[in-house]
Ligand binder design. Sequence first.
Ligand SMILES: [Zn+2]
Length: 170
Amino acid sequence: MNKARFQVLGFTVPSGSYKYHDDGYVDSILDTIMKVDKLYGLDNSNYNADEYIYAIGKYYEEGFNLHIFYLERSTKKSDIQNRSHEETHVLDYLGQLDALTDRLFEEQGVKINLKEVDDKEVIAQLGSLYALNARGLMPWLERGYKNNTFLKAERIYKQSKQPEKRFFIP
Ligand SMILES: [Zn+2]
């Protein structure tokens, strides 16, 4: 039985027959895809480079091997967002979303059943929101890296935040 240890999400899940590889920061997403393809003896002559011009991270699967790799961003916050996004894709692929669902609720008071979210990109963005909030970083104060799936995840996150219990001394 293998395990997948997610460095930015900060937890480990069983991964069955799958092997998880965090390949770290790379200089080029496309070059790394080709390199990993070669590792598994795959033909990579037909890549459309244009598809990866704006890619900042990648989740890659081949057989029982799961890889992530990513570009280094200009701020720590963007690195955390980018890396935890790819980690959450792997978590999803492994069928272990419950591990994140539990932590969101226990640690951040956010009650979301991730299995009911039907967009895998939104799920990955919710993983990012978890990782950012776990570090006290408030993503919605920054405008730079919002896109539609992130805004949708942010809306779900905020709506799912349980009211904090208040105790008053009479
Ligand atoms: Zn994604």
